[in-house]
Structures are given as C-alpha cells and as structure tokens.
Design a protein around this ligand. Structure first.
Ligand SMILES: Nc1ncnc2c1ncn2[C@@H]1O[C@H](COP(=O)(O)OP(=O)(O)OP(=O)(O)O)[C@@H](O)[C@H]1O
Length: 274
C-alpha cells in the first residue's frame, strides 16, 4: 500500500533510529480473570500497526503491556516478553522509566495538564525522565514537537496560555507533542480520535502518517476506515465466548480488509458483529 508523501515541516527533525516492538506469548490477567492468551505480534519499525476487534477482547490491555502500564493495576499480572529492538523491557535490570520514555502513549481522552501552559505541557516529560536541556534547546524542542504534532501554527502566539483552553482536537495534538518531546521510539495510541470530530480526526491521522517516518506507531481503533487509512499492518483480536483474547489474524492491512483469511475477520471488518 502506498502512503501519501508527507508535507514538509518547517523545523529540522532529529533522525531517530526506527524501532521494532515485539510482543511474545503475552498473557494477561486481572485477578484470576485471564483476558489475553499467548498473544504474539511484531510491530515493525517505521510502520503503523492497527489493533482492531470487538469491545473487551483485550486490545487496550495488550497496548498497556507494551509500555508497562498494565502493572499499575493492583490486581493485574502478565506473562510473556516485550522486546524493543530485541531487548526485553521487563528485564529486571531495566528501569520502568526507560520503557515509558522509549514507548510513549496517547490515550482516548486528551489528558493535558490543565493548569499548565501549552509550553510547559510539551516539556513536562523531560522532568520525569530527568532530561536537562538549556532554555534555547527547550524553545526549539517545543516548536519542533508542536510542529510535528500539527499544532504549532495554531498556538505559536499563545504558548503561555493554559493547555485546558484548547479544543479537544488541539488538546489531543498537544498530548502527541508532549509524548514526542522525550524522543520516543514507539508511540502507542489508544483510540486517539474517538472523542474528536471528523476534522480533528483527519488532522490527527495526517499527523500520524507524517510521524510514521520517525516513530513506530501502534493504534487501537474501532473505526475500520481509520485502520485502512492510517495503518500498513493490522491485527484482529477476538475473545470468543468467555475465552481470553487472542489474535485471529494479522498482516498487511489492505489484504486483511480486501481478502481476509479467517471468516471471523471477514465478518468483523464487514461490520457483521462487534
Ligand atoms: N482495570 C481492570 N480491572 C479488571 N478488569 C479489567 C480492567 N481493565 C480491563 N479489564 C477487563 O479486561 C478485558 C479486556 O479489556 P480491554 O479494555 O483490554 O479490552 P478492549 O478490547 O480494549 O475493549 P474496548 O475496545 O472496549 O476498549 C475485559 O474483560 C475488561 O472487562
């Protein structure tokens, strides 16, 4: 599938090496309720991978395991490995903060820090990761990340205004800019457009296509058109009749929608259930 050429952006981008993320035999539980069963998926470098499937089949849980957020839930446990360029992010010698820095997350509901300025929102992650840079470098970083997130032109004259004053779509792009500021190698997006109008959705989708050249993207979406517009690879999750979620089929997005191998995939992508 051909991706549209990105529009040129106005600031120099720091070339980052594109990373491959791999989930191997991932199982997950909340208490004794198993919600994923030995799910394996490779999310290739520089590619957008979409995770699709009916509600409750474990897509968000899988996504949260990919950057060690699942373990924040007290009753949660997991088995399996998550490899970022071949290195297990759950290895005891690895710091939690490194996984979060390298693998950023954008949520369904935009969650900027409401009392903080647009500027401070963008650089908020630097403190958390202990990154120290000069004032000039910070200014450059804010412009670069807001540009990449497709928001710079709209906010450049009000960087000191609170993030909460932006529209929902702008807030979501601010959250994308905040994620980018710590130079993640992977960006996880959990239904990032489900709270947005079609115009804002379009802008975020264009942003994703541009970002895919420098960061590996994984998106959970219920919108089949969106999966086809933004992703080159796709995985269909299903939890049939009380069994834990598993991947039924994965591969090239265009092929999965045009000519799925499994009849359940055919039914789902054609809106027959879910
Ligand atoms: N914090 C939690 N505590 C207990 N069970 C949970 C928790 N979060 C999710 N679950 C359960 O785990 C299963 C998978 O949920 P998950 O949110 O991963 O599915 P999903 O496919 O992302 O659903 P949706 O598309 O509706 O967001 C569901 O049965 C859900 O009820």
């Amino acid at each position: 599938m051909l991706r549209p050429e990105p529009e040129s952006i106005e600031v120099a981008t720091t070339p980052t090496e594109l990373a491959t993320l791999e989930g191997r035999n991932i199982s997950a539980w909340f208490g004794d309720h198993q919600v994923l069963d030995r799910v394996s998926l490779t999310m290739e470098a520089g590619v957008v991978t979409s995770l699709i499937g009916p509600s409750g089949c474990g897509k968000s849980t899988f996504l949260r395991i990919l950057n060690r957020m699942h373990e924040l839930v007290p009753s949660a446990s997991l088995a399996g490995e998550v490899l970022l360029d071949g290195e297990d992010i759950y290895d005891p010698s690895r710091k939690l903060v490194d996984a979060r820095k390298h693998i950023g997350m954008v949520f369904q509901k935009p969650n900027p820090f409401p009392a903080q300025s647009i500027y401070d929102n963008v650089v908020a992650g630097l403190k958390l990761t202990g990154t120290r840079i000069s004032r000039d470098e910070r200014d450059e970083l804010v412009e670069s990340c807001l540009t990449k997130a497709g928001l710079w032109k709209e906010v450049k004259d009000r960087l000191r205004a609170p993030g909460a004053g932006l529209s929902g779509g702008q807030q979501q792009r601010l959250c994308i800019a905040r994620s980018l500021a710590v130079s993640p190698r992977v960006l996880l997006m959990d239904e990032p457009c489900s709270a947005l109008d079609p115009t804002s959705t379009r802008v975020i989708e264009e942003t994703m296509l541009e970002l895919a050249h420098e960061v590996t993207i994984v998106i959970v979406t219920h919108n089949m058109q969106q999966a086809q517009r933004v992703s080159q690879q796709c995985a269909f999750f299903l939890a049939s009749q009380g069994t834990p979620g598993a991947i039924v089929e994965h591969g090239d997005t265009e092929a999965m929608f045009a000519d799925p191998i499994d009849p359940r995939t055919f039914d789902y992508v054609n809106g027959r259930f879910g």
